[in-house]
Design a binder for this molecule. Structure first.
Ligand SMILES: Cc1cc2nc3c(=O)[nH]c(=O)nc-3n(C[C@H](O)[C@H](O)[C@H](O)COP(=O)(O)OP(=O)(O)OC[C@H]3O[C@@H](n4cnc5c(N)ncnc54)[C@H](O)[C@@H]3O)c2cc1C
Length: 279
C-alpha cells in the first residue's frame, strides 16, 4: 500500500490527471505537488523512489465476449481509496476459475460461463460507485470538512456503522441466485461439525460440496448422480440448527439450502444448473 506513513509522502490532487501519466517522476514535479497540497514552501532535496496513479475509474460493460474474459483491474478499475481493488479481482478469479475448469472438462452447462458476468458485474459496479463517492467526499479542504461531517452524522454508530463496515469488507456480498433460503447466494458460513471439522476444510480441493446433516440417504443418492463433480458429506452440525442439507459451489457460495424436509426435485434442478447433466 502506498500511503502516508513514516518516511513516505503522499499528495493527492483533484484537478485532473497529469498530462503524461507515463513520464518519469521528477523531484520538481513532486516538489510542486507537495507545495500545492501543503500550502508551504517545502523543499525536497532527494527522492529515493516515487510512484503516481490516477483516478481512472471505469468498468467494462461485460466481462465475457466469446472466448475473451476480463478479470481484476482489466474489468474494473478505480481509485485505491477503500483498498478494495485487489480483493475484487481475487473474487473474480474465484468465481471464474471453476467455471472455466468445468468448461475445459466438458461438463459445464451451456450458460455457466455467462453467469460470471451476471454475478460479478454488479459487485464491480458497486465497488466502483463507492470508491468514486469516497473520492468525491475527499475533495479540496474547505468543502471536504462539511461533506465529511455530514457523512459522519449520517453513519452515526450502531447498525448503520456495522452495515457500512460489512459492505466495505465484502461480507455483505450476495449473488442473485434462485431460492428463498437466507443462505442462498451467500458465501457459505464456516459451520462446525460434530467430528470437529469445519465446512471450509472440506472445500480445500475446490470441489462442489453436498452436505447431509440428518442422515437422509436420499440426499447422498441424489449426489451420486453427479459423481466426480461433487463431494458428498454426511455429518452432523455441532450447534443446534434447522439446517438439514446444503449445496456449496466450488467457489464457496451456497446455491441450495434446506431447513426441515429437503425438496429434492429442487435440489436436482440446482445441481444440474451448476454441475451439468447428471449421469
Ligand atoms: C496506490 C495503490 C494502492 C492500492 N492499495 C490497495 C489495497 O490496499 N487493497 C486492495 O485490495 N487493492 C489496492 N490497490 C488496487 C490493486 O493494486 C489492484 O486492484 C490490483 O493490483 C489489480 O490486480 P490485477 O492482477 O487485476 O492487475 P495488475 O496488478 O495491474 O496486473 C496486471 C499485470 O499484467 C501485466 N501486463 C499488462 N499488459 C501485459 C501484456 N500485454 N502481456 C503480459 N503482461 C501484461 C502487467 O505488467 C501487470 O503485472 C491499490 C492500487 C494502487 C494504485
Amino acid at each position: 500500500m502506498n500511503g502516508p506513513m513514516p518516511g513516505r509522502i503522499l499528495t493527492v490532487e483533484f484537478d485532473g490527471p497529469p498530462i503524461d501519466r507515463d513520464a518519469p517522476i521528477t523531484l520538481e514535479e513532486l516538489q510542486t505537488s507537495l507545495r500545492k497540497a501543503s500550502g508551504t514552501d517545502a523543499t525536497l532535496t532527494a527522492v529515493h523512489a516515487a510512484t503516481r496513479w490516477t483516478d481512472n475509474a471505469r468498468q467494462a460493460s461485460t466481462y465475457r465476449l466469446g472466448r475473451v474474459l476480463l478479470a481484476g483491474d482489466a474489468a474494473h478499475v478505480f481509485a485505491p481509496i477503500g483498498g478494495e481493488g485487489l480483493n475484487l479481482g481475487i473474487g473474480d478469479a474465484v468465481n471464474l476459475g471453476w467455471k472455466l475448469a468445468a468448461t475445459v472438462n466438458r461438463w459445464a452447462p451451456e450458460t455457466l460461463l455467462d453467469t460470471y458476468t451476471t454475478e460479478r458485474h454488479p459487485i464491480g459496479a458497486w465497488a466502483l460507485r463507492w470508491a468514486t463517492a469516497q473520492v468525491a467526499l475527499m475533495g479540496p479542504k474547505h468543502r471536504r470538512r462539511a461533506r465529511s461531517s455530514v457523512m459522519a452524522d449520517l453513519i452515526g454508530g450502531g447498525d448503520r456503522a456495522t452495515s457500512l463496515a460489512k459492505k466495505i469488507s465484502g461480507v455483505w456480498q450476495r449473488y442473485d441466485l434462485p431460492g428463498d433460503h437466507p443462505l442462498a447466494g451467500r458465501s457459505a458460513p464456516d459451520l462446525e461439525f460434530e467430528d470437529g471439522s469445519k465446512l471450509g476444510e472440506h472445500g480445500r480441493e475446490g470441489s462442489a460440496l453436498l452436505f447431509d446433516f440428518v442422515g437422509d440417504a436420499r440426499i447422498s443418492r441424489l449426489g451420486e448422480r453427479w459423481r466426480g463433480r461433487l463431494k458428498i458429506i454426511t455429518t452432523r452440525l455441532k450447534e443446534n440448527s434447522d439446517l438439514t442439507a446444503l449445496f456449496v459451489r466450488p467457489d464457496g457460495f451456497v446455491a441450495w439450502a434446506a431447513n426441515g424436509q429437503p425438496d429434492l426435485d429442487r435440489a436436482a434442478s440446482v445441481l444440474s444448473t451448476w454441475l451439468g447433466r447428471s449421469e
